[in-house]
Design a protein around this ligand. Structure first.
Ligand code: HEC
Ligand code: HEC
Length: 360
């Protein structure tokens, strides 16, 4: 009796209250969404995976990867897209591709137990969904529990995790699952409606994830009849892989890294618009990019440094100070990480060190 009561209470806490409606999906075995925008209480209800623990997708759910990912405290990510049968994606050169109603974008975060040996398995942390309803995107995070399923976590979560890092050291992190309001900090302009960030041609123009057998993701979508209106393949834009020197110059790789890790907030419509630091790939204004740009507010966040970027001098550049910080009022990005991304910091350090010119 007491046990049943405790279980009921735990269930209540997990799903945010019995009074919250659960989703109503169309019948059938295929993945689908609730057009009213209500999120299911558990991830399995969406029928996106044949095997959730193994992240083996259901038929019609396509795995994909991006050239340069967002850094999320060394979590590994697996990504999928589901487009309803018969619907098509519309081409756009630079902006997000036009994804049809009923699309589900899926991103699972996991920690490998030992980053040196993937065969040792991994711990699933959370799966985020972006769902394209009749008029807008909505987003939610699902946190894996010991039932083997993942439950809706509208309020976010903190997951204590440890793993063996690339260098053999044991690392620990209080991994943060964002709450539902935090999605829009990165995924929305003017704090309004959500949009996809990765579904741009330049991020997707690459082979599919290992084992997918997809030689080029965009070509694969064209071949499946899912992507319409694409120009000839030699005109497709391609962002470099920031960590792979064979894919671009130092400048191109640094800009690609900044594009995905910083520019979603640092643009004229984003939450960092008041900073005057505009870091989109298309931005060419040297001051807006941070070169010899004094901070809007001096103080802690600038670490006593004078400019966002001082050419040739990474250790005098506020940008690197903030990338290398773990303090909540200093670190950049301000959301989505606790740890320093050593490889990303090294890239920006090399980029600034190689810049010609001076500020004073
Ligand atoms: C710190 C910024 C940030 C926050 C906060 C954030 N995202 Fe994202 N998200 C990104 C970036 C950048 C990408 C694309 C790069 C990648 O996939 O690594 C992305 C990709 C995704 C994708 C894959 C499809 C796509 O648009 O590329 C999904 C799904 C997603 N996010 C859902 C969410 C949800 C739901 C939330 C809130 C619970 C959230 N995200 C919070 C930055 C963020
Ligand atoms: C989730 C949104 C978000 C992301 C992503 C983000 N920033 Fe910021 N950034 C802000 C906000 C908001 C401010 C203004 C408040 C402040 O200075 O803390 C800011 C301010 C800054 C400033 C001070 C600007 C000035 O001149 O006053 C620097 C430098 C900076 N960010 C660098 C970066 C870098 C580099 C990245 C990527 C590694 C990044 N930011 C990613 C939101 C973001």
């Amino acid at each position: 009796m007491r046990r049943a009561l405790l279980a009921a209470l735990a269930a209540l806490a997990a799903c945010g209250g019995e009074d919250q409606p659960d989703c109503v999906l169309p019948p059938g075995g295929e993945p689908a969404i609730d057009p009213s925008g209500t999120f299911c209480r558990t991830l399995s209800e969406y029928r996106l995976f044949e095997d959730l623990a193994a992240q083996r997708p259901a038929a019609g759910v396509i795995p994909y990867d991006v050239n340069t990912p967002l850094f999320s405290d060394y979590a590994d990510k697996t990504r999928f897209i589901f487009v309803p049968p018969g619907a098509t994606i519309g081409w756009r050169d630079d902006d997000a591709l036009a994804l049809p109603e009923g699309t589900v974008l899926v991103k699972t975060f996991a920690y490998a137990h030992d980053r040196r040996d993937p065969a040792l398995g991994r711990r699933l942390l959370e799966t985020r969904l972006l769902v394209r309803g009749p008029d807008k995107w909505t987003g939610a995070a699902y946190v894996y529990d010991d039932t083997g399923d993942a439950h809706l976590a509208a309020a976010g979560a903190t997951l204590d995790a440890t793993w063996i890092h690339d260098d053999g050291a044991q690392l620990a992190n209080a991994y943060g699952v964002p709450n539902k309001n935090q999605c829009k900090n990165c995924h929305a302009e003017h704090d309004k409606v959500l949009d996809t960030l990765g579904w741009k041609a330049r991020h997707l123009n690459r082979p599919g994830p290992e084992g997918s057998g997809i030689a080029n993701q965009l070509q694969d979508l064209v071949d499946r009849g899912v992507l319409a209106g694409a120009p000839p393949a030699d005109m497709w834009p391609r962002a470099p892989d920031a960590m792979d020197p064979s894919t671009g110059t130092l400048d191109a790789r640094a800009r690609a890294w900044i594009d995905i890790n910083c520019a979603n907030c640092h643009n004229e419509r984003g939450p960092a618009r008041t900073s005057g630091l505009f870091l989109e790939l298309a931005a060419t204004d040297q001051t807006a990019l941070g070169i010899c740009k004094p901070p809007v507010a001096a103080g802690n966040g600038s670490g006593g440094r004078k400019y966002a970027i001082v050419p040739g001098r990474p250790d005098e550049s506020i940008m690197l100070f903030r990338i290398e910080s773990t303090k909540s009022e200093i670190k950049m990005p301000e959301l989505g990480r606790n740890l320093v991304y050593a490889e990303g910091a090294a890239l920006i350090r090399a980029w600034i060190a190689a810049m010609p010119g001076t500020c004073d």
